[in-house]
Design a protein around this ligand. Structure first.
Ligand code: FEO
Length: 397
């Protein structure tokens, strides 16, 4: 049954969505699923771009066969060798052993590591500036190292204006109805997932994303064909602007993120009082219990918000474990340019504020307020002035 989609008259999406997988990379919850996009160009020569994850393999192969019928692909381009896109290369190569595999030198190194049985396939190594003609289309390759692995290439087709962008411009979320982003209310339905995907998967590599955005700025892009999520054909500059902000570690909004940890509810009550006082100033604050929220959601929110409040119990003389994990993940992903405000709770020796400050001041472009809000076991009437002053400082920053 025809389950592939047209991108243009002769460029087709032959990917598939998985809504059964609970965690992408066995880490990130994907309650709305994820799509694995693969594309086929039916020109004088037939060219495939990437494959799909093993979890959707049968649907992917069904789409490929439904589109090609008796025809045989000439090229299988490998833009990204991560298994969520390359898992079916050996299966496709087995079906079409005469096709030529096209990819970067490093992609072929990884191909050998994953699929040594493909060592004898015909191969064409390409690099930035090289191109591949299929007849009417000519695909120019653009190096995109570390977006999100080192071997990654983008491919740009001048004829259609399609940019095949590998993981860049992707998002969590299945393709359920339309293929194109403009067939959804993307901001409402996908933006949080797109940001969460970006920050957690590619966030560490903002510098490399900036470099490839500079290269893309010289192209007349009419379609962005990512490896996950909807294809872009309208308002492309809106989404590129998001990538500009995210990759330069510039906050997307002036909102405040407040994250707290709480063993028994006392720190939670204090955090809610702080949030109430901040909100009373008219500032927008989003509040999360670190223990009830997946780290990837908090990382996405850290990319969105300019000011971040963290209130942590002192635990074993240190930082409450899930708060410590959040801070370490922020550091590992290279979060920059945020203003931090800290609160601590401790029944006999509050320490978490000082320890959090030591870690957060090490983040580039970040400031940490000296005014650490300290709670001893629970919030008390005499803490009111300190809470108000703390909230006022956050709201005015
Ligand atoms: Fe979607 Fe880096 O793989």
């Amino acid at each position: 049954m025809k389950n592939y989609r047209n991108v243009t008259e002769d460029i087709f999406w032959i990917g598939a969505s998985d809504t059964r997988l609970s965690r992408f990379e066995n880490i990130f919850p994907i309650p709305r699923g994820v799509s694995y996009n693969s594309y086929a160009v039916i020109d004088e020569k037939i060219c495939l771009f990437d494959t799909a994850d093993v979890s959707v393999a049968d649907q992917y192969i069904e789409n490929l066969q439904a589109l090609l019928g008796d025809r045989t692909p000439d090229y299988q381009v490998i833009l990204h060798m991560e298994p969520d896109h390359c898992s079916q290369i050996a299966r496709v190569a087995g079906m079409y052993p005469d096709m030529t595999l096209v990819g970067s030198a490093q992609a072929f190194k990884f191909l050998h590591q994953f699929f040594p049985e493909l060592d004898d396939m015909k191969k064409q190594i390409v690099k930035e500036g090289d191109s591949l003609s299929t007849g009417h289309h000519e695909f120019s390759f653009v190096a995109a190292p570390m977006v999100h692995w080192p071997e990654v290439l983008f491919a740009y087709d001048k004829e259609s204006g399609a940019l095949f962008s590998a993981d860049a411009f992707g998002t969590f979320g299945a393709i359920e109805t339309g293929l194109f982003a403009d067939e959804y209310d993307f901001e409402k339905e996908f933006l949080d997932d797109a940001r969460r995907y970006y920050a957690n998967i590619v966030g560490k590599f903002g510098g490399q994303v900036q470099l490839v955005l500079k290269k893309a700025a010289g192209l007349d892009i009419k379609y962005i064909c990512p490896l996950h999520g909807p294809v872009w054909r309208k308002d492309i500059s809106w989404f590129i602007d998001k990538y500009q902000k995210w990759s330069s570690y510039e906050a997307e909004t002036d909102d405040i993120l407040l994250v707290y940890g709480s063993l028994y509810g006392h720190t939670a009550s204090a955090a809610r009082k702080v949030a109430e006082e901040i909100a009373a100033t008219g500032a927008r604050v989003s509040v999360y219990d670190v223990s009830g929220t997946h780290l990837s959601v908090l990382i996405g929110e850290a990319w969105r918000c300019r000011r971040i409040v963290i209130i942590s119990p002192t635990y074993n003389g240190g930082i409450y474990i899930p708060v410590r994990d959040l801070i370490e993940d922020m550091a590992a992903l290279g979060l920059k340019n945020r203003k931090f405000f800290l609160g601590q709770n401790g029944t006999w020796a509050p320490m978490s504020g000082k320890l959090m400050a030591e870690k957060l001041t090490a983040l580039a472009g970040c400031t940490v307020s000296d005014n650490i809000l300290t709670i001893t076991s629970a919030l008390h009437d005499e803490d009111e002035a300190a809470v108000k002053a703390f909230a006022a400082e956050v709201a005015g920053a």
